[in-house]
Design a protein around this ligand. Sequence first.
Ligand SMILES: [Zn+2]
Ligand SMILES: [Zn+2]
Length: 357
Amino acid sequence: MKRFGLGMLGLLVVLAVMGYALRKTITLRLMERLVERNMASSLLDELPDGLHVALCGAGSPLPDPKRSGPCTAVIAGERVYIVDVGAGSSRVLSRMRLPQGKIAAVLLTHFHSDHIDGLGELLMQRWANAGSASPTPVHGPTGVGAVVDGFNLSYRDSQRYRVAHHGADTMPPGGAGAVAHPFAVPAVGEGRIVLERDGLTITAFVVDHSPVRPAVGYRFDFRGRSVVVSGDTKKNTNLQRFAAGVDLLVHEALNPQLVGLLNQGAERAGRPRLVKITHDILDYHTTPVEAAEIARDAGAGYLLYNHIVPPLPLSSMEEIFLDGVAETWSGPVSVGRDGTLVRLPVDSEAIEVDELL
Ligand SMILES: [Zn+2]
Ligand SMILES: [Zn+2]
């Protein structure tokens, strides 16, 4: 028995030495397989026919290792729509294997920097991936034209370099950048149909992110399944109206107790500007409990929190973030992270949630 044990130990040592000696070869083989898998198939190939949401950014301006800047991908059939494009979100789309060449349109809820600061990177990736001959449509309330003009201008030289380097066949010059599709913000109680295509209807409705105006949320309806994306707002009855009976409510949330900790920390550290900012942000967002009230009163099927404030680097903080939610609403909820996927297959009432990353 003792001899057998020594023999096994010897074998393990030999294997470990061989593994170490061959580590580069093994790593290269693994990389080859990974590259092939990622290039040969995409997340779209693995989704059932339906309306699906993948969070390409579940965070806010504050850095959170699990949450990039706000970005919600809504997949309807074969087409991908992106609501807001925060910093890092294009990279999360790639990590989720959601092909940016398939992006049919971008929709902006408002023009706060954290909702647009990933747009340049996403436009570049869509252009490079699709070789599209026409620029990316960017829908948004009045004012979206200035945002799009700014990005187009700042990326102009970079676009020129890429056409010169790869050729116009690979990088068609007409496909770079974006084209704005502004719409007038509808009155409270009214919806503005922003897009209708292949059974999908996207409707914009006004929310309250005062003093930020315009600010809207979007409702997606596709073959009997539905999703509402809140955008940034304080608790809002108009949003609740448009979320009536929705399968999935993707709602922003700020936990005042946890932001209070930041505020007190800034006070103790003698950082008056941070004290002011962490105080001011309380008045134009929704608390997790208020979002649960909306989900309850709208009769939503599932509540997914995104635009999470403050950062929640530890899973145990997610529990504190949700304090009081279970007492408010008995429906299913989760705190979004980069890579959270919710599948809503058509001809079904199923709501399936997964973490892709
Ligand atoms: Zn905002
Ligand atoms: Zn925001």
